[in-house]
Ligand binder design. Structure first.
Ligand code: NAD
Length: 496
């Protein structure tokens, strides 16, 4: 059995006989492919000690040298796109083209970090008061950790580590135990790019590793992405211990279709955003809000398209959607169809009826109509290929529905009315908004983050807010007076 070990100080560390382990499956076949080590508290201490030892030299390495390493890392990632995508597909299940898309989006974050000197420049005020200059420094926070979810095993680690490392921090990645291999490829590529040992660590694990990182005095900041209950847990425990925390949580993303929208384009977008990656995206559209009298026609168009979807092994180029990540998750997703029916939703397409050969964790896609708040299929994040249609009478009702939802990650509006779209941007209480764009993940030089229960903390991920999160500012006030002018003055310094 292949054993996936920790990567500490540029070496693979640990062994299965002396550790707790967790199985890693190929979701397309249902077979166990490897086992991953689960860190103990001692392993956490070893990883943090290595990161702490590497910190002084790394944060004093010139900005030019640090960004040169990011440039080399960018080139290596580019050359290893296929290898990374294959690792993602084999453990997550998403189709290869989707996995390659995730690598591309992650590359944007590395490219942003290649230009980091521009963002790390502090301000300077000459002659702020007579003979006094003021300037600002941005310094690394120290040893920082990233805890990531299973659904983007390349992109989400790159959201965090690119800025964290380029800013001069040492970074410990605790990837999802469900698909941990991509993190190890990233580690190898960073080492090949010239990153000194100890600056990037992969510590595999579960709650023990997460708690160990949250409780360790030498870990100064934690960046988390995952489900809302764990995000909230990480945020409250981490901040209680004086750490800087950004914790991104779950989502229930709405796509509003106004009566003037092109319904074919809207149906294409809804299908793609609801069922791509088997709905296991934090920005997946899970609620389609049909406004006015478009609902019947829109549901019909979505249903027509569902019939043509091809679901199968992600390595088969003909597959548009792969399996779910685990058998347990597939069964949990399946349980929502009955819940929806029992609570009064109309099951238009029941994904459980599609049969698949073999033991892979497959399920067909589902479409539920006449869904309403208060039903579990509306209130809870399903994180699978289940699209709920809510019928709203008008624009105001649609916005009210979204603003009353406890999540606020992504949202989209489909319309040809610029005025309505402009109002929507202003009115909707959601962090990322798409206008005729169903999955509005911001490009790498903006920042990513939701509102409400989709984000705990006050800084978004990557881009300028990522730089802010991974640095501390200092403001220096300087005066070089002629000693002969020196006097005792107990008054509060005033500026003139
Ligand atoms: P998860 O919350 O189960 O796991 C996330 C991380 O937390 C993993 O590394 C896991 O090992 C760790 N973890 C799990 N249980 C823990 C516990 N009890 N204590 C401490 N740590 C624990 O999430 P997941 O199933 O891997 O990922 C899917 C979720 O992530 C969805 O809710 C999705 O919406 C969310 N997500 C959000 C974003 C975003 O940007 N907001 C992006 C991607 C995924």
């Amino acid at each position: 059995m292949n054993v996936l070990k920790h990567y500490i100080n540029g070496e693979y560390v640990g062994d299965a006989a002396a550790s707790r382990t967790s199985p890693v499956f190929n979701p397309a076949t249902g077979e166990q492919a490897s086992q991953v080590l689960l860190a103990s508290e001692q392993d956490v201490d070893t990883a943090v000690a290595a990161a702490q030892a590497a910190l002084p030299a790394w944060r004093n390495t010139s900005l030019t040298k640090r960004t040169q390493i990011m440039f080399r890392f960018r080139a290596l990632l580019d050359a290893n796109r296929d290898r990374l995508a294959a690792a993602v597909t084999s453990e997550h299940g998403k189709v290869l083209s989707d996995a390659a898309g995730e690598v591309s989006r992650g590359l944007e974050n590395v490219e942003f970090a290649c230009g980091l000197p521009v963002h790390l420049k502090g301000g300077h005020s000459l002659q702020a008061s007579t003979g006094v200059d003021v300037h600002e420094l941005r310094q690394a926070v120290g040893v920082v950790a990233g805890i990531t979810p299973f659904n983007f095993p390349v992109m989400v680690p790159l959201w965090m580590l690119s800025n964290a490392i380029a800013c001069g921090n040492t970074f410990i990645l605790k990837p999802s135990e469900k698909d941990p291999s991509a993190a190890l490829i990233i580690a190898e590529l960073l080492t090949e790019a010239g990153l000194p040992d100890g600056v990037f660590t992969v510590l595999h694990g579960d709650k023990v590793a997460v708690d160990g990182l949250l409780n360790h005095d030498d870990v100064k900041a934690v960046s988390f992405v995952g489900s809302t209950p764990i995000a909230q847990y990480v945020y409250s425990n981490g901040t209680a211990q004086g750490k800087r925390i950004q914790a991104l949580g779950g989502a229930k993303n709405h796509m509003v279709v106004l009566p003037d929208a092109d319904l074919n384009a809207a149906a294409d977008a809804a299908i793609s955003a609801a069922y791509g990656s088997a709905g296991e995206r934090c920005m997946a559209v899970s609620v389609l809000v049909a406004v006015g009298d478009v609902a019947d026609e829109l549901v019909g168009k979505v249903q027509e398209r569902i019939a043509k979807l091809s679901i199968g092994d992600g390595t088969d180029p003909a597959s548009e959607m792969g399996p779910l990540v685990t058998a347990q998750h597939r069964d949990k997703v399946a349980s929502y169809i009955d819940k929806g029916a029992a609570e009064g939703a109309t099951v238009v397409v029941d994904g459980r009826e599609q049969k698949f050969d073999g033991d892979g964790f497959f399920i067909g896609v589902s479409l539920l109509d006449n869904v309403k708040p208060g039903m579990a299929v509306y209130d809870e994040e399903i994180f699978g290929p289940v699209l709920a249609v809510v019928r709203a009478e008008n624009y105001t009702d649609a916005v009210e529905l979204i603003n009353n939802n406890e999540f606020g990650n992504g949202v989209a509006i489909f319309t040809r009315d610029g005025g309505a779209a402009r109002s929507f941007e202003a009115d909707v209480e959601v962090g990322m908004v798409g206008v005729n764009v169903p999955i509005p993940v911001p490009v790498g030089w903006f920042s990513f983050g939701g509102w409400k229960k989709s984000l705990f903390g006050d800084s978004h991920m990557y881009g300028p807010e990522g730089v802010h999160f991974f640095t501390r500012t200092k403001v220096v006030t300087t005066r070089w007076p002629d000693p002969s002018t020196s006097v005792v003055d107990l008054g509060f310094p005033s500026n003139d």
